[in-house]
Ligand binder design. Structure first.
Ligand SMILES: NC(=O)c1ccc[n+]([C@@H]2O[C@H](COP(=O)([O-])OP(=O)(O)OC[C@H]3O[C@@H](n4cnc5c(N)ncnc54)[C@H](O)[C@@H]3O)[C@@H](O)[C@H]2O)c1
Length: 295
């Protein structure tokens, strides 16, 4: 989709971090932006800062895990601006900790409620408007954790894999129905936002507070290995403005995947190669069927 002056976008989780940077990138292109977030005061402060720069924004307090609230967000957008061209389903939270078999059922509810259902609600509330107009774009923010796995982060990882899956499904459905609406799913690595800064401070500290979410059974050596891996990952951290620009460039190029970071390609390749190797080992499901060529 070509992003241009006069369009209207909705960004969830827009009060800070990557969402705020995406909103800023859209505003710089002359787009009016509906800023949705659950954090009331922070949302107000962000909206005021954008307005002071001459931007046209509308802050709407929204909990994306609540389908009715996201439907209200869609109707307020159309009432206020008269149109909607893009929805950016960005709001997300961290979660997980400990091995999967010990993970907390409430953590699963919370993480899937925001990270997965929040995106589903955004699609259900906004895509009908885009279909009616016959144009537009859906941007879903997943993570590199949506393409590769992260030990001791099962709920977050599962939620992000699901966001990749529903983005691919949505794109196929729109194509099959010949609806000219784009879909992009972003899979960033580490981005310098409050979410990551907290983790960086914990990992850098001398004490063992950061290991609180790791299984007690891990040896000191294994903990240090996890710490070293995290430190290496965090060292690749990207400024939110850079990640946002790469995501918006992928939207403009109508790419399905926006892979903002190249640093984790080995993990993605390793997983894909494992699947391909299994496929080669099994042969295709029709291989055993006798064909006319065999006779
Ligand atoms: N920071 C990273 O390294 C990184 C990497 C990959 C993917 N992501 C993803 O990018 C997105 C943004 O992350 P971030 O790092 O900017 O996080 P952040 O915590 O800095 O900002 C997230 C924003 O979402 C809002 N939010 C949380 N729950 C909400 C809800 N239920 N309804 C509405 N708003 C809600 C928060 O108030 C906050 O303003 C998330 O989906 C995250 O999973 C982040």
């Amino acid at each position: 989709m070509i992003i241009e002056v006069g369009q209207v976008a909705v960004v969830t989780g827009a009060a800070q971090g990557l969402g705020r940077a995406l909103a800023a990138g859209l505003i710089d292109r002359g787009v009016s932006v509906v800023l949705a977030d659950i954090a009331t005061e922070r949302l107000q402060t962000t909206a005021e800062a954008f307005t002071a720069r001459g931007a046209r924004v509308l802050p709407v307090i929204t909990d994306v895990s609540d389908a009715a609230a996201v439907n209200t967000l869609a109707s307020r957008t159309v009432e206020y601006f008269g149109r909607v061209d893009m929805v950016v389903n960005n709001a997300g939270i961290g979660g997980g900790g400990g091995p999967l078999w010990q993970s907390d059922p409430q953590d699963w509810q919370r993480v899937l409620g925001v990270n997965l259902l929040g995106v589903v609600h955004g699609i259900q509330a906004f895509v009908p408007h885009l279909v009616r107009t016959g144009a537009g774009h859906v941007v879903n923010i997943a993570s590199i954790a949506g393409l590769a796995v992260m030990p001791f982060g099962s709920s977050y990882c599962a939620s992000k894999h699901a966001v990749v899956a529903i983005s691919e499904t949505l794109r196929r459905e729109l194509e099959m129905l010949e609806l000219p609406i784009g879909v992009t799913v972003a899979c960033p690595g580490y981005v310098r936002t409050p979410l990551v800064e907290g983790l960086a401070t914990l990992v850098e500290a001398d004490d063992d507070a950061w290991t609180e979410h790791l299984p007690a059974e891990l040896s000191k050596e294994q903990r240090e290995q996890v710490r070293a891996t995290l430190k290496r990952g965090i060292a690749t951290v990207m400024e939110p403005e850079v990640a946002a620009e790469r995501i918006l460039a992928a939207v403009e190029a109508d790419q399905l995947y926006a892979l903002t970071h190249g640093d984790f390609d080995d993990r993605i390749r390793h997983r894909a190669e494992g699947i391909l190797a299994a496929l080669d080992g099994q042969g295709r499901s029709g291989d055993h069927v006798e064909t006319t060529d065999d006779k």
